[in-house]
Design a protein around this ligand. Structure first.
Ligand code: 1GP
Length: 233
């Protein structure tokens, strides 16, 4: 999946990148960013993307400002390892009624910040799980599953120098029954291939897509890395 941040990129550029990403084989466009502060800016970006692509457009909200009625779906996510209950349950309670009224698809997800954590970790006041403690990531992942959440996302932070380590992906996926999403710092097809081989069901790339001169080719490279490389153990 391709992540676009409306704070970095305007509506026209987002729709151009989204279309190229779709042509490159992305499964969905995710829209969000740690510092999104304007619903109207988000609305404009989502509308513009929706007008140009057929793949689903899924919100990836950072706060109450991450909600738009123009999307197909929303990751209804809880930052499980935040030290602030606001990001665990309060922002969800503040937005749940509006999201239900919008009628967009609601997809529950346990969001776990690991490693450096980037801006998401800072804003979300996460107690980021160090890379050498995969067992802690597993604990939070299993807690998400046991609470009835449908997806788990291990987030290294946008632009992370090192993506989520393979050992952490393996341990979490090896003990989890729900799909695992991995994002943060994935920049090439080979890294995507290794992460999928370790057990990721979904790989998210953002920064590299916003920076790439040839978006379609970059996405093709990453998608190629993920196809037919599924972990089967
Ligand atoms: C961030 O996991 C996503 O929320 C994507 O990270 O920007 O490093 O690809 P990148």
């Amino acid at each position: 999946m391709t992540l676009l941040d409306p704070e970095n990129t305007g509506p026209e550029e987002c729709s151009r990148i989204a279309l190229e990403a779709e042509r490159g084989g992305t499964a969905a466009i995710m829209v969000g960013g740690s510092t999104v502060a304007s619903n109207s800016v988000l609305d404009d970006v989502v509308k513009s993307i929706k007008a140009s692509v057929k793949v689903p457009v899924i919100l990836f909200p950072n706060n109450v400002s991450g909600v738009s009625k123009h999307a197909d779906a929303i990751w209804f996510m809880s930052l499980l390892n935040s030290s602030n209950p606001y990001y665990i349950i309060d922002v969800q309670a503040l937005t749940a009624r509006t999201i239900k009224q919008y009628g967009i698809e609601i997809i529950s997800m346990g969001y776990i910040i690991v490693g450096e954590g980037g801006a998401a970790g800072f804003i979300g006041q996460a107690r980021a799980i160090a890379y050498d403690h995969p067992e802690l990531a597993l604990g939070y992942g299993l807690a998400a599953e046991s609470l009835g959440m449908h997806f788990v996302y291990l987030e290294a932070g946008s632009g992370a120098k090192q993506p989520v380590p393979l050992e952490m992906v393996k341990l979490v996926k090896g003990n989890l029954s729900i799909p695992l999403i991995i994002g943060g710092g994935i920049r090439d097809g080979e890294t995507a291939r290794r992460i999928v081989q370790a057990g990721a069901d979904i790989v998210v790339t953002g920064t590299i897509v916003e920076e790439a001169e040839r978006v379609r080719e970059k996405i093709q490279e990453i998608v190629k890395g993920t196809i037919n490389n599924r972990h089967t153990g």
